[in-house]
Ligand binder design. Sequence first.
Ligand code: IMP
Ligand code: MG
Length: 170
Amino acid sequence: MTTLISEAALQARVKEVAQQIRADAGAEPILLLGVLKGAFMFMADLMRQIEGDVTCDFISVSSYIGTTSSGEVQIRKDVDSPLEGRRVIIVEDIVDTGLTLHYLQGILQNRNPSSLQTACLLSKPSRRKTEVPVDYVGFEIDDKFVVGYGLDFNERYRNLPFIGVVEGGH
Ligand code: IMP
Ligand code: MG
Protein backbone atom coordinates (compact mmCIF):
# COMPACT_ATOMS: atom_id res chain seq x y z
CA MET A 1 0.00 0.00 0.00
CA THR A 2 1.37 3.38 -0.99
CA THR A 3 0.04 6.53 0.62
CA LEU A 4 -1.28 9.00 -1.93
CA ILE A 5 -2.93 11.48 0.44
CA SER A 6 -2.00 11.44 4.12
CA GLU A 7 -4.45 11.67 6.98
CA ALA A 8 -3.17 15.15 7.84
CA ALA A 9 -3.57 16.36 4.26
CA LEU A 10 -7.10 14.96 4.09
CA GLN A 11 -8.16 16.62 7.33
CA ALA A 12 -6.68 19.98 6.33
CA ARG A 13 -8.37 19.96 2.93
CA VAL A 14 -11.74 18.78 4.29
CA LYS A 15 -11.70 21.71 6.68
CA GLU A 16 -11.01 24.14 3.82
CA VAL A 17 -13.87 22.69 1.76
CA ALA A 18 -16.22 22.92 4.75
CA GLN A 19 -15.35 26.56 5.29
CA GLN A 20 -15.88 27.31 1.60
CA ILE A 21 -19.28 25.59 1.69
CA ARG A 22 -20.38 27.69 4.66
CA ALA A 23 -18.99 30.89 3.11
CA ASP A 24 -21.00 30.25 -0.08
CA ALA A 25 -24.19 29.36 1.82
CA GLY A 26 -24.17 32.34 4.17
CA ALA A 27 -26.51 31.61 7.08
CA GLU A 28 -28.74 29.30 5.02
CA PRO A 29 -29.44 25.81 6.35
CA ILE A 30 -27.49 23.15 4.46
CA LEU A 31 -28.60 19.59 3.77
CA LEU A 32 -25.67 17.26 3.12
CA LEU A 33 -26.71 14.26 1.08
CA GLY A 34 -24.14 11.49 1.34
CA VAL A 35 -23.87 8.76 -1.28
CA LEU A 36 -23.36 5.41 0.46
CA LYS A 37 -21.17 3.72 1.14
CA GLY A 38 -18.01 5.40 -0.12
CA ALA A 39 -18.78 8.90 1.13
CA PHE A 40 -19.55 8.10 4.75
CA MET A 41 -16.17 9.01 6.22
CA PHE A 42 -15.72 12.18 4.16
CA MET A 43 -19.29 13.10 5.09
CA ALA A 44 -18.65 12.71 8.82
CA ASP A 45 -15.51 14.85 8.79
CA LEU A 46 -16.99 17.43 6.43
CA MET A 47 -20.13 17.85 8.53
CA ARG A 48 -18.08 18.27 11.72
CA GLN A 49 -16.27 21.21 10.11
CA ILE A 50 -19.33 23.07 8.82
CA GLU A 51 -20.58 25.63 11.30
CA GLY A 52 -24.21 26.61 11.85
CA ASP A 53 -27.36 24.92 10.57
CA VAL A 54 -26.49 21.68 8.80
CA THR A 55 -28.38 18.40 8.57
CA CYS A 56 -27.59 15.15 6.80
CA ASP A 57 -29.29 12.39 4.88
CA PHE A 58 -28.06 9.44 2.85
CA ILE A 59 -28.85 7.82 -0.45
CA SER A 60 -27.63 4.54 -1.85
CA VAL A 61 -27.42 3.86 -5.57
CA SER A 62 -26.35 0.91 -7.65
CA SER A 63 -24.84 1.26 -11.08
CA TYR A 64 -26.01 -1.03 -13.86
CA ILE A 65 -22.48 -2.24 -14.41
CA GLY A 66 -22.02 -4.19 -17.60
CA THR A 67 -25.58 -3.90 -18.85
CA THR A 68 -25.53 -0.33 -20.10
CA SER A 69 -23.01 2.42 -20.71
CA SER A 70 -25.59 5.11 -20.03
CA GLY A 71 -24.58 5.24 -16.38
CA GLU A 72 -28.18 4.80 -15.38
CA VAL A 73 -28.38 4.12 -11.68
CA GLN A 74 -31.01 2.58 -9.48
CA ILE A 75 -31.87 4.05 -6.08
CA ARG A 76 -31.46 1.35 -3.42
CA LYS A 77 -32.11 3.56 -0.44
CA ASP A 78 -33.77 6.91 -0.94
CA VAL A 79 -33.54 10.02 1.25
CA ASP A 80 -35.81 10.24 4.31
CA SER A 81 -37.16 13.75 3.77
CA PRO A 82 -38.27 15.90 0.81
CA LEU A 83 -35.67 18.07 -0.94
CA GLU A 84 -38.12 20.73 -2.11
CA GLY A 85 -36.88 24.21 -1.24
CA ARG A 86 -33.73 22.96 0.52
CA ARG A 87 -30.12 23.91 -0.13
CA VAL A 88 -28.78 20.45 -1.01
CA ILE A 89 -25.17 19.36 -1.41
CA ILE A 90 -24.49 15.87 -2.77
CA VAL A 91 -21.46 14.41 -1.00
CA GLU A 92 -19.57 11.83 -3.06
CA ASP A 93 -16.33 9.97 -2.52
CA ILE A 94 -14.94 10.16 -6.07
CA VAL A 95 -15.97 11.26 -9.55
CA ASP A 96 -14.53 8.89 -12.10
CA THR A 97 -16.41 8.73 -15.43
CA GLY A 98 -19.02 11.09 -13.97
CA LEU A 99 -21.89 8.87 -15.12
CA THR A 100 -23.22 8.03 -11.63
CA LEU A 101 -23.15 11.64 -10.53
CA HIS A 102 -24.70 12.89 -13.76
CA TYR A 103 -27.65 10.57 -13.34
CA LEU A 104 -28.03 11.33 -9.64
CA GLN A 105 -28.01 15.07 -10.23
CA GLY A 106 -30.85 14.63 -12.73
CA ILE A 107 -33.00 12.62 -10.31
CA LEU A 108 -32.44 15.03 -7.43
CA GLN A 109 -32.94 18.19 -9.49
CA ASN A 110 -36.43 16.91 -10.34
CA ARG A 111 -37.33 17.21 -6.66
CA ASN A 112 -36.94 20.98 -6.81
CA PRO A 113 -34.32 21.80 -4.19
CA SER A 114 -33.67 25.57 -3.91
CA SER A 115 -30.13 24.73 -5.00
CA LEU A 116 -28.25 21.56 -5.80
CA GLN A 117 -24.47 21.45 -5.50
CA THR A 118 -21.93 18.63 -5.38
CA ALA A 119 -18.90 18.07 -3.16
CA CYS A 120 -16.46 15.28 -4.07
CA LEU A 121 -13.45 14.28 -2.07
CA LEU A 122 -11.58 13.06 -5.16
CA SER A 123 -11.81 13.59 -8.89
CA LYS A 124 -10.12 11.80 -11.79
CA PRO A 125 -10.60 14.34 -14.60
CA SER A 126 -8.80 12.21 -17.18
CA ARG A 127 -11.47 9.49 -16.85
CA ARG A 128 -14.51 11.69 -17.48
CA LYS A 129 -17.07 10.39 -20.00
CA THR A 130 -19.62 13.09 -19.34
CA GLU A 131 -19.24 16.69 -18.28
CA VAL A 132 -20.66 16.95 -14.82
CA PRO A 133 -20.64 20.04 -12.58
CA VAL A 134 -18.74 19.57 -9.32
CA ASP A 135 -18.76 22.62 -7.07
CA TYR A 136 -16.24 21.42 -4.48
CA VAL A 137 -13.36 19.05 -5.18
CA GLY A 138 -11.01 17.93 -2.43
CA PHE A 139 -8.19 16.63 -4.62
CA GLU A 140 -7.71 15.94 -8.32
CA ILE A 141 -5.81 12.68 -8.82
CA ASP A 142 -4.33 10.70 -11.69
CA ASP A 143 -5.98 7.61 -13.15
CA LYS A 144 -5.10 5.21 -10.33
CA PHE A 145 -7.41 2.98 -8.34
CA VAL A 146 -7.43 4.33 -4.81
CA VAL A 147 -8.74 3.01 -1.50
CA GLY A 148 -9.16 4.16 2.08
CA TYR A 149 -11.08 6.86 3.91
CA GLY A 150 -14.35 5.18 2.93
CA LEU A 151 -13.29 3.98 -0.52
CA ASP A 152 -13.07 0.25 -1.07
CA PHE A 153 -11.66 -2.49 -3.22
CA ASN A 154 -14.14 -5.38 -2.95
CA GLU A 155 -15.44 -3.85 0.30
CA ARG A 156 -12.02 -3.80 1.93
CA TYR A 157 -9.76 -0.94 2.99
CA ARG A 158 -12.56 1.49 3.85
CA ASN A 159 -11.11 1.75 7.37
CA LEU A 160 -7.79 3.30 6.33
CA PRO A 161 -7.51 6.89 7.61
CA PHE A 162 -5.56 7.91 4.45
CA ILE A 163 -5.98 7.50 0.67
CA GLY A 164 -3.73 4.80 -0.71
CA VAL A 165 -2.94 2.90 -3.88
CA VAL A 166 -2.92 -0.88 -3.69
CA GLU A 167 0.34 -2.24 -5.11
CA GLY A 168 -0.29 -4.61 -7.96
CA GLY A 169 -3.91 -3.39 -8.13
CA HIS A 170 -5.29 -1.66 -11.30
P1 IMP B 1 -18.41 7.00 -12.01
O1 IMP B 1 -19.86 6.86 -12.37
O2 IMP B 1 -17.53 6.32 -13.02
O3 IMP B 1 -17.98 8.43 -11.79
O4 IMP B 1 -18.26 6.13 -10.72
C1 IMP B 1 -17.90 6.65 -9.53
C2 IMP B 1 -17.95 5.54 -8.49
O5 IMP B 1 -17.05 4.47 -8.83
C3 IMP B 1 -17.48 6.08 -7.18
O6 IMP B 1 -18.55 6.60 -6.41
C4 IMP B 1 -16.80 4.89 -6.54
O7 IMP B 1 -17.76 4.14 -5.81
C5 IMP B 1 -16.30 4.08 -7.71
N1 IMP B 1 -14.86 4.34 -7.97
C6 IMP B 1 -14.33 4.98 -9.03
N2 IMP B 1 -12.99 5.06 -8.95
C7 IMP B 1 -12.67 4.45 -7.79
C8 IMP B 1 -11.39 4.23 -7.11
O8 IMP B 1 -10.29 4.59 -7.57
N3 IMP B 1 -11.46 3.57 -5.93
C9 IMP B 1 -12.64 3.16 -5.37
N4 IMP B 1 -13.83 3.36 -5.96
C10 IMP B 1 -13.84 4.00 -7.16
MG1 MG C 1 -19.60 5.89 -4.80
